[in-house]
Design a protein around this ligand. Sequence first.
Ligand code: ZN
Length: 197
Amino acid sequence: MRDQCLKNKGLRDKFFDTPGSGHYDTAPMPRPGDPLLDAQSLAAAGAVIEREFRIADFARLAERLAGPEGMATARLALSRIEGVAVGDLRVEATAELTCQRCLAPLQRVLESASRLAFVASDEVPVPADLEAVACDPQRLDLAALVEDELLLALPLIARHAEGEVCTLPDAAASQAEEGGRSATRRPFAGLKELLKH
Ligand SMILES: [Zn+2]
């Protein structure tokens, strides 16, 4: 199990309605058209949920992007393991970021794949290799979960790759760039990005 609190910090606490826990500062905002899921029942039925979300509806994500355009797709396959509701969640979105070298926009595919165990609290043991998500398993907020995954998939520092146009305004910026020397000889770095599209 990964550090089950890691993903919760500053992300999930605010968005899952956990009565009595007092985790969030403001009441979670239900989004119209995004009903909370009963992960317990869906897991018992072995359901697969596929959804599309507008990035513009993800306020926390949108403020980290150059623009709020685009859609995110999510696929959640539910099952029960050792009595726990488990979700295999795959999320993908193409996001417009700001290059931190030239400040021009750049597109990146954000993607993630996680195996999550939906449990009522962090104390509940979860099967091996699953990441615990503390929430009310009968009121799962898939939209918040998807937004969390995309936030975690954001690059720490967005930059154009080699092979992409990146117009550096002055040489001082390249000197300030850490590890710039070792990054200069990577002929395939840009190719890897290209192959993603
Ligand atoms: Zn750039």
